[in-house]
Each structure stands twice: as structure tokens, then as C-alpha cells.
Design a protein around this ligand. Sequence first.
Ligand code: ATP
Length: 350
Amino acid sequence: MTARLVLNSVMKRFGKTIALDHIDLTVDAGSYCVLLGPSGCGKTTLLNILGGFADPEAGSVMIGEREMRGVPPAKRPTTTVFQDYALFPHMNLIDNVAFGLRMRGVGRRERQEKARAMLEMVGLPDAGNRRPAALSGGQRQRVALARALAVDPDVLLLDEPLGALDLNLRRSMQEELKNIQRRVGATFVHVTHDQEEAMAIADQIVVMNKGRIEDNGPPARVYRVPSTRFTASFLGEMNFLPAICGQASVDCSLGSIAADTAGFETGEEVWLCLRPEHFCLNKAGGIGQFEIVNLTFQGPVLRAEARKTDDPDLVIVARLADIGTLVVGDTIGLDLDLETPVLIAKEEMA
Ligand code: ATP
């Protein structure tokens, strides 16, 4: 089973702190939604409101066709995987995973069978008799996931589920989570502040900042065409160049750049947004000559900070193919390699 989530104008305050400020959000049934944002932006509060662990002071929270306000966690079609996994240390894994089923009055045999099937699904088929203390962090994470899924929730809520894992394990668990979500078909809502994790795993990324939703959409759209400056700089690196709108181009310190200026006035001041990967080496220097002032090796690419030789105030960040010879102090010609850059209204940058 699965369910659609619809939040309308949800407000939550803690004393004077506004944790959630008029949140409107729809998550389609069966999709993988990631709540992404810096510490304190309200992600966990939003998750807790979905799970019934916090009460909004205004607004509506619909899961499927039901209003959830006032419904206790155990009566909701949700389960939560907490950041610390919260496994019962004195129970073996089968009993841990079967716990929710026991609370729901499911008979012993049926719940043990289900628990075994869930442990198998998360890649721990033979570990049922072990205790949580005998597991690695990654294995505990899997058990917590199996326990949450054992009761067939319509909606699974995950609070920084991979936060305690090392980077390699984190990346492989991301793939597994996504696969498991596809298999069980439930709606997943996953909190993280790791932008790479969000982009790798989500069908829908909800970017939050100071209790508000800054942007909301599929990862590729949110990355390529961010709605606000906050999203543009939170999701990967971005160069912001002051520019003046023309008819189908903008004028900036790199010259005249073709751009879709629909929605802006001719002569309007905007920010031209260029990702580091939008720059490429070009001997003729389509947008000028640059001196490399900083260089970081990033495996297949180099991250270069480069100063325009005829405009020393302009320093851009470029991600360049590693041609094996570049060093700090080199002068390189650069060009742009993109179809249409994103423009953001100047007032957005306040
Ligand atoms: P993190 O990534 O650090 O967990 P978050 O995005 O999940 O952050 P929340 O935990 O939802 O953020 O907190 C949002 C705001 O509400 C913060 O300013 C936080 O200090 C405040 N807050 C959250 N819970 C409480 C509480 N129980 N009492 C008082 N203030 C709280």
C-alpha cells in the first residue's frame, strides 16, 4: 500500500522559533521524497509532524484521504526509521523486526515469517538470531529499515538514515534504499543535509531553508534550473555574475551571453548563474583568458579558481577536464559549454 501526502499551510513554532512557516507540500503516492536543507531548517520537525511525533499549530496534514492532525503515531499509516535506529538491544533481530507486528496482534508464526522475509529483503537472511550489538552500523541500519517495513506502512519516514555510515557504505545504501522503495512501492520521505544523497536517491527534492520550502521538484530540474539563489548555491557550486538583460542575451563581464530572458525586462539587472562544469578549456578563449589561482585535484576533473586577466575582480570556479599539465599560475583560455544559463532576479539575492 502507498499514500499521497498533502500538507497545507502547516505552521509550527517552538517558543519564538518558527520551525515551519506555512508549509505547502504534495508528495505523490509511491514516490521517494527527500527533504534537504541545512541544520535547523525544519526538516526533522516536518518529518515528526508526518509521523505524529509533533503537532502543528495550524494547517492540515493529509495522508491518503485522511486528516492526520490529532491521530497518534501508532494509528497512522506511517512508520519512522530514527537516526539512531532505536533497536532493542535485548531482542534478537527476528524479534526486533517483528516488534511492530506483535503490537498489532499478529500471531507468532506469521510475524516470524514476515520478519525473516524482511531481513532477507534488506540483505541479512541468516542473521535473525543475532542481537543488535553484534552488528555493524550498516547492518543495524538495515534491521531498522526491515522493522519499519514489516508492518507494511503506506508511508516510510527516514530521519538521516545513513548519517552514521561511512561514505562508501552510504553510497551503496542509497542505491539499496531506492531499490527497496521501488520494490515495496510505499511513499518514502527521507531527511538529509547531504545534497549528493538527495540527488542520487530522490524522485522529488524539497529544499528547505529557515522553515520554508525554497524549491521543490525532480533533482535534475532543481539542480539545472534552481528557483532561488539559496537553492542554486546549496545544491552544488554556482558562480553568480551580475548581468544586464538584453533581448535574447545578457551582458556581463564575460561579454554578451545568449540567454532566455523571458520574464525579465530589457535593461533589468539579474544574476547570471554558471555552474563550474559550464566552463571548458578553449585555446582561443571564447570568454577570455584566465589565470589559475587555485587548483584542486578531484579525480577525473580539476576544480580551478581562475581570475580573468583583464578583470582582476572576476574570479570564477570552473570544473575542467584534467589534461595533466595545468598548474597554479598558468594562463588558460576558457569558453562556456551550455545551452541556456539560468538567470535569477536581482532581488532574489538579498
Ligand atoms: P538538523 O539537520 O540539525 O536536525 P533540522 O532541519 O531537522 O535540523 P529541526 O530539528 O526541525 O531542524 O529544527 C527546526 C528549528 O526548530 C530549529 O531552530 C530548532 O532549534 C527548533 N526546534 C526543534 N525542535 C525543538 C524543540 N523541541 N524545542 C525547541 N526548539 C526546537
